[in-house]
Design a protein around this ligand. Structure first.
Ligand code: CP
Length: 333
């Protein structure tokens, strides 16, 4: 089916080539159907162990990595940081090395410090998957966003994607800007001037536009992606008040009138309803927020499959896929 993915770790999107990203998305597509079956399990990673090491809260990412591992028949172990020896002062590296001594096939890490997964990748032997490091990158979120865009728009190349809100603190924004521009989309970012990272200026030649006005970023957009205000990462005042933020930067259905008529709305979650997004938009007909979550399982299955040792065999085909293949054979005579 697919060529192999030759990387040992998934640390970020920035270092990936466009064909590696496409390969990950194509692999995820082959897994999507498994979650719709009655028996949601294939033996692709039987006998493998995946450790989830989350130093920051998570609902979607941690759960979907666990579900993804289990759907591939791997054993998934979630380390609870609050009850682990981290609370006694054990370092990140010592924690990882001790877990590694128990022979996992892959470690998934989320940490508030940018660069923590890269540090472990240098110092440990296990494949490391970045599940979000500080404000740096969240590669599997960008992959699931791209999978969702491909599912509903049929392509990524040539689309206009508006990314709005707290760009500065968002690892989701960084990973998405890298991914979408590599795959040929035009990305317009907009938010309060204090929340747009200065280093994004360097990406203007690679398909990124920085718009002062939210409306200009949304004009004609095929995809409107709204980001959460990350209060936990703001140690200074970046805007006067949440109320003012909601008035000037909160996405409502009036804003969406400027987007393409068939524009889709995305948000990585968790949402601050009534702040960066109105409930009317979040729950409206264009919203794909829960489709993003569903695609997160397929993307994480693909990443685990490719990094934790499943890359030399194809995932088991679903019944509809087998039927389609049989029908094609009959057609060919
Ligand atoms: N989108 C995302 O990373 O959500 P969680 O923080 O719930 O994992």
């Amino acid at each position: 089916m697919l060529s192999t993915f030759n990387r040992r770790h998934l640390l970020g999107i920035r270092e990936l080539a466009a064909d590696e990203i496409t390969h990950l998305l194509d692999t995820a597509e082959t897994f999507r159907d498994i979650s719709k079956r009655e028996i949601k399990k294939v033996p692709a990673l039987r006998g493998r162990t995946v450790i989830n090491l989350f130093f920051e809260p998570s609902t979607r990412t941690r759960t979907s990595f666990e579900i993804a591992a289990k759907r591939l028949s791997a054993d998934a172990v979630n380390v609870s940081i609050s009850t682990s020896s981290v609370s006694k002062g054990e370092t990140l590296l010592d924690t990882a090395r001790n877990l590694e001594a128990m022979s996992p096939d892959c470690i998934v890490i989320r940490h508030s410090m940018a660069g923590a997964p890269q540090h472990l990748a240098r110092m440990c032997n296990s494949p490391i998957i970045n599940a979000g490091d500080g404000s740096h990158e969240h590669p599997t979120q960008a992959l699931l966003d791209a999978l969702t865009i491909r599912e509903f728009k049929g392509k990524i190349k040539g689309l206009k994607v508006a990314i709005l809100g707290d760009i500065l603190h968002s690892r989701v924004a960084r990973s998405n800007v890298y991914l979408l521009t590599k795959l040929g989309a035009t990305v317009s970012v907009s938010g309060p001037g204090t929340l747009v990272p200065p280093e994004f200026g360097e990406l203007v030649d690679s398909g990124l536009q920085i718009e002062k006005r939210l409306e200009d970023a949304i004009d004609g957009a095929d995809v409107v992606m709204i980001l959460r205000i990350q209060r936990e990462r703001q140690d200074a005042a970046f805007f006067p008040s949440m109320r003012e933020y909601a008035v000037h930067y909160g996405l409502n259905s009036r804003h969406l009138e400027r987007a393409a008529p068939d524009a889709i709305v995305m948000h990585p979650g968790p949402m601050n309803r009534g702040v960066e997004i109105s409930s009317e938009v979040a729950d409206g007909g264009r919203s794909l927020i829960l489709d993003q979550v569903a695609n997160g399982v397929a993307v994480r299955m693909a990443v685990l499959y490719l990094l934790a040792g499943g890359s030399h065999s194809e995932p088991e085909e679903s019944e509809p896929q087998k039927k389609q293949k049989r029908e094609r054979k009959v057609d060919k005579g």
